[in-house]
Design a protein around this ligand. Structure first.
Ligand code: AMP
Length: 282
């Protein structure tokens, strides 16, 4: 696997790949790789001749700077995992490589209402940062396909919107959420949980499933109240949201007509760590 820290290095290698008409799949990450990331790499490897993975902890998407400082970094281990997965190139840029004019001069995107819902409400400016970094990475790598995880459902929708705004025309492939045996969605942040909190955090998936299993028999408010109570009783200190939304545009759904495609999304804190998850209900 080639490791490129500079854009010039990356582009030199990728021009060779492109000259031989090979397809490039791209998987952007922030590192501390786990099986969820590797599922994205595997999906890209299976559909493309060449896979590029980036590891870049993007400062502009962290509204909470202490979260940025605590973000786990495990580069040596990540490299070994990517090599095992037959990743072709790892892009490992510095902050100044991505933001040569500084982080303050980045442009603003008109992402519409979805920017301010859910994650956007609780992490102001987060999706501006996500859009900035993904646009820059796509312009640098110029892949044929982009791979992202269902775990960050709202992020995939934001990136699609950014690509439409910027006329970046390529398929975004969404890969299903990989879970630990307990059902907890894999996340780099799980590394910061104590063993006890990690096992208690399995309640998130249990309550997402509870919602899925009960939408036909109970109203959303009743399901919501039960799920939130169970999550708090299991040791979560705060719930940012456990709520029902339209699966296409994430508009909140208060009452379900039995036909609308809906998704339940969760974000909350346990052990001082913020976890998110979601599940399509029908
Ligand atoms: P991150 O490094 O957390 O920014 O994630 C990089 C990519 O991996 C994003 O597209 C995430 O949605 C995806 N991802 C993270 N966790 C999982 C998971 N448990 N299952 C599938 N994809 C994931």
């Amino acid at each position: 696997m080639i490791i490129a820290k500079q854009i010039t290095q990356l582009q030199k290698h990728l021009s060779r790949v492109k000259n031989t008409k090979q397809n490039i799949g791209f998987v952007p990450t922030m590192g501390a790789l786990h099986s969820g990331h590797l599922a994205l790499i595997a999906a890209s490897v299976s559909r493309n001749n060449f896979t590029v993975c980036s590891i870049f902890v993007n400062p502009t998407q962290f509204n909470d700077k202490s979260d940025l400082q605590k973000y786990p970094v495990t580069i040596e281990k990540d490299i070994l995992l990517l090599e095992k997965m037959s990743c072709g190139l790892l892009f490992l840029p510095s902050i100044s490589e991505i933001y040569p004019d500084g982080e303050e001069t980045v442009e603003k995107y008109d992402l519409g209402e979805i920017e301010h819902l859910l994650e956007g409400f609780h992490r102001p400016n987060h999706f501006q940062g996500v859009s900035q970094v993904v646009e820059r990475l796509l312009r640098i790598v110029q892949p044929d396909e982009l791979y992202m995880g269902q775990k960050d459902l709202q992020q995939t929708m934001i990136v699609k919107k950014m690509m439409t705004l910027k006329r970046i025309n390529l398929p975004l492939i969404t890969v299903a959420t990989k879970r630990e045996p307990s059902g907890l969605a894999m996340s780099s942040r799980n590394e910061r949980l104590s063993a006890d909190a990690r096992s208690k955090a399995a309640v998130i998936y249990q309550m997402l499933l509870y919602a899925r299993n009960n939408i036909h028999d109970a109203d959303l408010e009743t399901i919501n109240a039960y799920a939130q109570r169970k999550i708090l009783e299991s040791g979560f200190s705060k719930i940012d949201y456990f709520s029902f939304h339209d699966a296409h545009n994430l508009q909140p759904v208060q009452e379900w007509d039995g036909r609308q495609k809906i998704v339940v999304l969760f974000a909350g804190f346990i052990d001082g760590v913020r976890l998110i998850d979601n599940l399509r209900l029908n």
